[in-house]
Structures are given as structure tokens and as C-alpha cells.
Design a protein around this ligand. Structure first.
Ligand code: SF4
Length: 419
């Protein structure tokens, strides 16, 4: 099989992995003439697939051979798909080639499990090591790690990668047992805990190093010893949605637990895609993609807007998020007793709950109201979407009437068809 055929197979096999944010990484560039690539600045190509997945990384598997048989996975041992395997140097050179052509901003590398978790992990880490140490590659590297691999390999992976991820796969231990029996939920969480400890140790060491006095020879530029970094862009995970009957409330509760316990940067939600010759234990249809989108919105509310998981998807809605309105609006409509909110007096936490007000808009409002009482015209000047916000707020010259929220959720009337 030639390199481009392998690329076709192994890039296609990786398309279900949804992890590509590069924010928060160590800033590296090669403008000084040393090294190759950069993970910041102009000229870096960012693009998104139509379904919203970021494709600015070279996202591939090292191999799609796998000895495990997770029922939901197209690469499982019993799957009848074309197989391929890259040599380590092939991945290294592909990454450098794409990078130099400015097609990608980095590498996302995952792999099926071959021979053993340790052997597979060694191969994945070796790709990152050669890129960093032999080619001085300064782009972004995201490695999917294998939870059953030895802790030393995990530690080594974090030295070369900007981000590590360990897939939680499914929202509950029962689903994991039913659909991926070879995977060990406890091992997944142990590995996440180890990554968290390594990340925190590296950050503490970096802080200590920054406090130490700068050593320098007389006449030479001051030089501070560099502390080793570990997965500076943090760790993330991915959860498959819709492969089992778990509702959104349980999914969000699992995410909240993962964010709290392991300080994850992101939980990625990946809508289950039906696969050829699938097990009877799997649904025949994919969940609507909008469900994945609503989960991302709800996840955002938990991380930046102070919502708790059990406030967003409640038993009243069967534990599912509404598909027709976003979760913040759905919460506001379910809690009319909390509105209207006085924009001049309400605390930040309450302002963040007003549909249409984002984090930045709330900061702008808090600054503006120090100067004078806010009026409806001020919202426009502060780039606040007035049509969405006005039904929920009180201003010096505005108080919404009864049923004012209706225009924000009623579909725009359309002309009936004549034929
Ligand atoms: S271990 Fe990973 S690649 Fe292998 S079958 Fe399971 S999900 Fe697929």
C-alpha cells in the first residue's frame, strides 16, 4: 500500500475523533530561524468540516488494526474494513510536509491497539519524540493515549504533546461494560488522575522556576532555567452520544464529574454514527446532530455560566435537552419567576443567566452601569442582541410586558404556499 492510500484509510478512520482545540498550548514559533513551524500567529490554516469538526490538524490513526472489539467502533477487530498501518517515520514526514505547506497547524494522533497497549503507546510517543527532538517541530501535538499503557509511557507522552486525551467512551460504567467490555473504566479514570497530577506538578515547577533568581554570566543576557512542561494545553476526553440509551442529564452529570475530578479542558461529544455490520445492541439510526450541538451548549453553560448539570436537563423534560431551543433559553422559559432581571442591579451570576447575554457582554454591562443607569439604546451600543435580551430584562426606559418572551421562541410566520 502506498503512502497516499494509507493516508486515505487512516485519516478516514480518525474522523470520528472530535478533539482539535489548540488553545492554551505553549507558544512556540520558528521566526528566529530555528526549528520548524509555529502554533500561533498568521498563516495557520483553520478550517471546519460541515458538521462543525475542526480539521486544521493532520488527524490520523497510526493504524486502524485493533485487537479490541468495541461494538460502536468501525475499527473493531471484527469489522470488515480496509486496514493500514503507518511506519513512525511516515507520520513524521507527512506532518512536516503538511505543516510546511501550511495545510495544518499540528498533528492529532490516535491508534488502534496492536500487540499490546504498551507497544502501541510506545509507537505513538515515538512519533511525537522524533518530531520534537529530531526535527525541532514546534507545532501543536495532540496524542490520544491508551489508558491501559504503563504510567511511564503516559508521562513520556506528556513531555512531547501539547494535549493528551483519554477517551471515557461512554457516559456510564454499565454502557462501557455492555459495548466495550475489554475497556476498563477504572483504568481510564486512573490514567486521567495521573495526567492531572503530572500537569499540576509541571505547573507548580514552572511557577517555582519563575520565582528563582535569574542566573547570568557578567555581560551575558540573563537566562532562566526552563522547567519541563507537561501537556500544557491540558487533557480532554471524548464521549459517544446516542450509542446507548443514556439521557442528556446523565451525560452532563458525567461531564461535570470529569471536569471536577480531573480538571479536564474539554469533554467532546461525538454523535454515534451507525457502522456497517453493526451489533444488534446498537441503535439503527444516528441521534440528530443537533443533540450533539445542544450538549456542547449545555457544557458551555456549566463551564462558563455557573449552571449546574442538574439545572440544565431536568426530570421534567425526561432528562433530555430540548432540540428546538438552546439550553439557556429553555432554562429561562422554565423559570419565569427569575425574570425580568434588572440590568442595573442584578449580580453577575444572574446576568449570565439572561438569554442572549454572553460572558463578554456581561462584563461590558457591568462596566457601563457604573457610569449611569442603562437604557435600551445602550444595549445596541454594547453589541447586545436586543431582540433576544429585552423580553427578559428591566432597564431605565424598558419593562417587558406579560408574555414578552413569546417572540423569541415563536417561529417567524411564513407565507403559505399557493400550490
Ligand atoms: S480500542 Fe479504540 S480503536 Fe480499538 S475497537 Fe475500541 S474504540 Fe476502536
Amino acid at each position: 500500500m502506498n503512502l497516499s492510500d494509507k493516508l486515505a484509510v487512516l485519516a478516514d478512520a480518525a474522523k470520528y475523533d472530535a478533539s482539535c482545540a489548540s488553545s492554551g498550548g505553549v507558544k512556540r514559533d520558528s521566526t528566529s530561524g530555528r526549528g520548524v513551524g509555529s502554533n500561533e500567529g498568521m498563516g495557520i490554516c483553520h478550517s471546519y468540516a460541515p458538521d462543525g469538526r475542526c480539521i486544521s490538524l493532520l488527524k490520523i490513526l497510526l493504524t486502524n488494526y485493533c485487537q479490541y472489539d468495541c461494538l460502536y467502533c468501525v475499527n473493531r477487530a471484527s469489522s470488515d474494513v480496509p486496514r493500514a498501518r503507518f511506519a513512525i517515520d511516515e507520520v513524521v514526514h507527512l506532518t512536516l510536509d503538511f505543516y510546511r505547506r501550511n495545510c495544518i497547524e499540528g498533528l492529532f494522533l490516535s491508534s488502534g491497539i496492536i500487540r499490546s497497549p504498551d507497544y502501541t503507546m510506545e509507537q505513538v510517543v515515538e512519533v511525537a519524540r522524533r518530531l520534537r527532538e529530531e526535527h525541532d517541530f514546534r507545532g501543536y501535538i495532540h496524542l490520544k493515549t491508551i489508558p491501559d499503557a504503563a504510567p511511564e509511557l503516559l508521562q513520556r507522552a506528556g513531555r512531547f504533546a501539547d494535549r493528551l486525551s483519554i477517551n471515557i467512551e461512554l457516559p456510564t460504567a454499565q454502557s462501557l461494560g455492555a459495548l466495550a467490555p475489554e475497556k476498563d473504566g477504572a483504568a481510564i479514570k486512573r490514567s486521567m488522575a495521573r495526567v492531572r497530577i503530572h500537569i499540576e506538578d509541571a505547573r507548580a515547577e514552572a511557577r517555582d522556576t519563575a520565582r528563582r533568581p535569574v542566573a547570568s554570566l557578567p555581560g551575558a543576557a540573563p537566562r532562566r532555567a526552563k522547567s519541563p512542561s507537561f501537556a500544557a494545553a491540558g487533557q480532554s476526553t471524548q464521549m459517544i452520544v446516542g450509542a446507548d440509551a443514556t439521557n442528556d442529564a446523565t451525560i452532563l452529570a458525567t461531564s461535570a464529574q470529569l471536569y471536577g475530578a480531573y480538571r479536564l479542558k474539554r469533554v467532546y461529544y461525538s454523535a454515534f454514527s451507525p457502522i456497517p455490520h453493526a451489533s444488534a445492541a446498537l441503535p439503527l439510526q444516528a441521534p440528530p446532530l443537533v443533540r450533539e450541538h445542544r450538549l456542547y451548549q449545555a457544557d458551555w453553560l456549566m463551564r462558563f455560566y455557573g449552571f449546574e448539570a442538574d439545572e440544565i436537563a431536568t426530570p421534567r423534560s425526561g432528562g433530555m435537552l430540548a432540540l428546538d431551543v438552546d439550553p439557556k433559553l429553555a432554562w429561562a422559559l422554565a423559570h419565569p419567576e427569575r425574570f425580568p432581571v434588572d440590568l442595573d442591579r442584578a449580580p453577575r451570576e444572574l446576568l449570565l443567566r439572561v438569554p442572549g447575554l454572553g460572558v463578554k457582554a456581561v462584563e461590558r454591562l457591568l462596566l457601563a452601569r457604573r457610569v449611569r443607569r442603562l437604557r435600551a439604546d445602550d444595549l445596541k451600543r454594547l453589541h447586545v442582541p436586543t431582540r433576544r435580551v429585552l423580553p427578559f430584562v428591566v432597564l431605565a426606559d424598558h419593562r417587558p410586558g406579560r408574555g414578552a418572551v413569546v417572540p423569541t421562541v415563536t417561529p417567524v410566520p411564513a407565507q403559505a404556499a399557493l400550490f
